[in-house]
Design a binder for this molecule. Sequence first.
Ligand code: ADP
Ligand code: G6P
Length: 472
Amino acid sequence: MRQSSLVVVANRLPIDDSVAPDGACEWRRSPGGLVSALHALLRHTPATWVGWAGGTGPAPALPDVDGVRMHTVALTADDLRDHYEGFSNATLWPLYHDSVEQPEYHRRWWEAYQRVNQRFAESTADVAEPGAVVWVQDYHLQLVPGLLRALRPDLRIGFFLHVPFPPPELFMQLPRRAELLRGMLGADLIGFQRSQAAHNFAQLVAKVLDVPATDRRIAVDDRVVRIGAFPVSIDTAEMAALAARPDVADRASLLRRDLGSPEQVILSVDRMDYTKGIEQRLKAYSELIAGGHVKVRDTVLVQVAVPSRERVGQYQILRERVEREVGRINGEFGRVGEPAIHYLTQPFDRAELAALYRVADVMAVTPLRDGMNLVAKEYVAARVDDTGALLLSEFAGAAAELPQAYLVNPHDLEGLKQGLLSALRAGPDDLGERMRAMRTHLHRHDIRAWARSYLSALDDSGSLLTRLGAAD
Ligand code: ADP
Ligand code: G6P
């Protein structure tokens, strides 16, 4: 078995198998913020990515992706149902996102979570060089740091949570809360998106495990575990370069024409997820049309909603509701050849996404709760001429970094409508000033800055950073 000095462990690999229209198996990039962030970072780094390839049965052998070695972990149909769809996405995901949908608790799901975490830990132990740095990602794998430390005490282990970490009142609901906290404490450094999350974690460790904890350091056994906020980001320069390409600009002009050359285009790009506030946004838009504040001929909405976690009941219900609502709004307010909402569920390549971002006069990113939201950052990076307005939920992690956006509370329908109107009606000077400030921030705080701050805290020797090329 070939071993690496840097191992990233995430439930998702950056590519997964999907069935092509002709029935053949094809590999394509998996959508989602975790993959976007890490893929941008690791390209051309001699690292190994341990993860799941999206199907069930024996682990397929995957080719390297941009120089990164793929090490697949197999999931059975039971693991998929009980670990991925169950404990990860029907217990932890809703609980960590403010319980916007009711989390479910089942003992069988917990058993699968333990079993799959153990398998990830063992696979990682196999591919990590002596003394390697291992960086475990996200809520599917919270037990891996502890399990891996037991197998391989020589490793330096980091853990990063891409989603929010909830306040104690919510986390206390979890039947196996102590085990999850102990699992995370197997890491040397635990990173969160926001300092509030680190604070929540410290409070819980003190309360549930009776271990003294501050928002920076926790002493467990004979070790010190450090915790802190490391807001994740994007490859800002790459998105800006893509958006500035002449073919992307041409594609954007064509898209605008195909949309009927409206005065203004509103765009939303989400995974189809109940945390993203899609229904609230559609309601706000339809009420603006019904109230005569917005005319369909002048202002269109493009809603991209790529299906996600499609076998989980709450996601199926959401998709049905969204599609019914899109149909209702188009039926009521559209005309032949002139729909109010252009609704797309396809995955797009990066150039097409950049073209969409260039077309959007207003980007509406209004999740009910989101760890960060990279779509908001991608939009800003793509606005190379400093135009455009970002409408952003206060409950997205990105809001703390982009205060120049039009900030809204998506639960407040009137506020959401008002925010949308303000963004649509803003003057070019105001927009330019806001966009410039946000772009400057993102050029400084890009994906490399994120890696630099996290990995230099994890590996104080600095050798890892040099290998990643992130030390400049
Ligand atoms: P989440 O991680 O919850 O999905 P983020 O906004 O942080 O939310 O990240 C979503 C990522 O997935 C972004 O990088 C975005 O560009 C990508 N993405 C979203 N929708 C699509 C799509 N239809 N096609 C391709 N990529 C997409
Ligand atoms: C969020 C999570 C990631 C996950 C992604 C896509 O970004 O934080 O861990 O990979 O959503 O979801 P999926 O269930 O398709 O992996």
